[in-house]
Write a protein that binds this ligand. Structure first.
Ligand code: BTN
Length: 241
């Protein structure tokens, strides 16, 4: 039987951030597409929008070096969701690629570019759920094997799939569609509306009181309820915990 090719994994007991290590190895010609950097713990783990990512021992912290592609944010979310689904966990994706189980965050993905490649950083809470409102595989009653996750996510990322197939599979798993959301696009630009589509570029389409807006990137929050006011605007919105 032919063995499925996995990534070449650079494994560390401790790193500031696997994103930084991957970039450094790439710059020095010591890593390339098909490599991954994994750490048992991170002391300066990085999240999206400049946040930090708490990374105690026992979680999954890995950066994959992959070819860049316009739908990489969706492909990465999909690949990771599929690896989690294989454990019979009802995971869904909050746009663009947060892994959530019943509105609790199980994992996140940070995508950065370096030269012509993408650094896909995946963090999954396997044991602890380090912040309130998060969950972990253990909280969901499942044990996750870190090496198996690395192989499973990589093999999904490396699998050639057309954009149409990626979009269809992504939309099926996207918990944001149909939801009332607030999206913070930075520099004080926050909008409210209903998420109605993910377009062929992976952008979120939001129906607002001023019409449809397409968002390429932003921090999306699912809101618990929406109360229309007489002015047609919305009030009393509560995010999930
Ligand atoms: C998010 O904010 O949801 C994204 C979190 C991404 C965390 C992962 S852990 C592996 C890689 N290294 C980092 O420093 N961040 C990413």
């Amino acid at each position: 039987m032919e063995r499925e090719a996995g990534p070449i994994v650079h494994r560390l007991a401790r790193a500031l951030s696997t994103q930084l290590i991957a970039r450094d190895l790439l710059d020095r010609g010591l890593a390339d597409v098909g490599h991954a950097v994994a750490a048992d713990e991170q002391t300066a783990g990085r999240g999206r929008h400049g946040r930090s990512w708490l990374s105690p021992t026992g979680g999954l912290y890995v950066t994959f070096i992959v070819p860049h592609d316009g739908l990489i944010a969706l492909r990465a979310g999909l690949a990771t969701a599929r690896a989690v689904e294989a454990l019979s966990i009802p995971v869904r994706l909050k746009w663009p690629n947060d892994l959530i189980v019943a509105e609790r965050k199980l994992g996140g993905i940070l995508i950065e570019t370096a030269r012509d490649v993408a650094l896909v950083g995946v963090g999954i809470n396997l044991e602890e759920s380090p912040i309130d409102g998060a969950t972990s595989l253990r909280d969901e009653g499942v044990r996750g094997d870190r090496d198996a996750f690395v192989r499973a996510i990589y093999s999904e990322l490396a699998r050639p799939q057309t954009e149409d197939v990626v979009l269809a599979a992504y939309r099926e798993r996207c918990a944001t569609l149909g939801r009332t959301v607030s999206v913070d696009r930075g520099q004080g630009r926050v909008m409210l509306g209903r998420a109605v589509d993910v377009d062929p570029f992976g952008h979120l389409v939001v129906e607002t009181v001023d019409g449809r807006v397409t968002v390429a990137s932003g921090d999306c929050v699912h809101l618990r309820e929406v109360w229309p006011t007489s002015q047609g605007t919305v009030s009393h919105l509560r995010p999930f915990a």
